[in-house]
Design a protein around this ligand. Structure first.
Ligand code: 13P
Length: 242
């Protein structure tokens, strides 16, 4: 894949079992790259393992084990063969009121158990309109990484909430500017330049080529366009071959 960039597919709470079977049948053997990370609903994870792509979990709890009905820990995920976890996705911040402290604990739980946290950050439309973007992003990153020194196994995904599921995304120049900003911030405040920074939000067949060509970008996260296996494969093809 070009410059070893990542493609993360977030299937969200989509797909019934029959869709999963069809999806896997269609892509099986065609995605031979461990920088392609598929994140299905937790219940379907066993079906996605043992393929030539990596598997991520969409959410983990902040503790390793105990009386937390309905939760799944990073340790459990890790023991299943899951190498990545989304943390702080805007849908979780919004619908499940995940705050920065919780996100910070989840990242620590991942790092403690060898799961790479994929920290999602991004501003809302209102924050963007009020030109508070830089401040919001800085706060989200520094709060999430508070007290964390093991920065070699973390990824960041910049997903402005207004670009998620809307078919509207920032221009490539804007994406590049913010990716550079995030990397400078990580260098200044955390002393690292090795954290991959990806973009997510309405990535599709039409725009993936150009987005992947942005110099500073380390990959993309795709939401709804992942659901269709043919579209997903053609996007992977672009990402791999160009
Ligand atoms: P869409 O690609 O559907 O905009 O979703 C983005 C996203 O939230 C991926 O996690």
């Amino acid at each position: 894949m070009k410059k070893n960039k990542y493609v993360v597919g977030n299937l969200k709470m989509n797909m019934m079992l029959e869709d999963v079977s069809l999806f896997l049948k269609e892509i099986s053997g065609h995605v031979q790259n461990n920088r392609v990370i598929l994140c299905p609903s937790t219940i379907y994870i066993p079906y996605f393992l043992k393929q030539d792509f990596a598997v991520g979990i969409q959410n983990v709890f902040s503790k390793n084990q105990g009386a937390y009905t309905g939760e799944v820990s990073a340790k459990q995920a890790s023991r299943m063969g899951v190498h990545y976890a989304l943390v702080g996705h805007s849908e979780r911040r919004l619908y499940f009121r995940e705050d920065s402290q919780m996100i910070n604990q989840k990242i620590k739980a991942c790092l403690d158990t060898g799961v790479v946290p994929m920290l999602c950050i991004g501003e809302s439309r209102e924050e963007r309109d009020l030109l508070r973007m830089d401040r919001v992003i800085k706060r989200q990153i520094l709060d999430a990484l508070h007290d964390i020194d093991d920065l070699d196994h973390i990824m960041i995904i910049y997903e402005p909430t207004w670009a998620i599921g809307t078919d509207v995304s920032p221009s490539n120049r804007e994406i590049e500017k913010i990716i550079v900003f995030i990397k400078q911030l990580l260098k200044k405040y955390k002393g690292t330049d090795s954290i991959p920074v990806l973009y997510g939000g309405s990535v599709n067949e039409e725009n993936i080529r150009e987005i992947m060509n942005i110099d500073e970008i380390d990959g993309v996260m795709i939401g709804s366009a992942t659901k269709n296996p043919k579209k997903f494969l053609s996007m992977i093809e672009v990402a791999v071959n160009e």
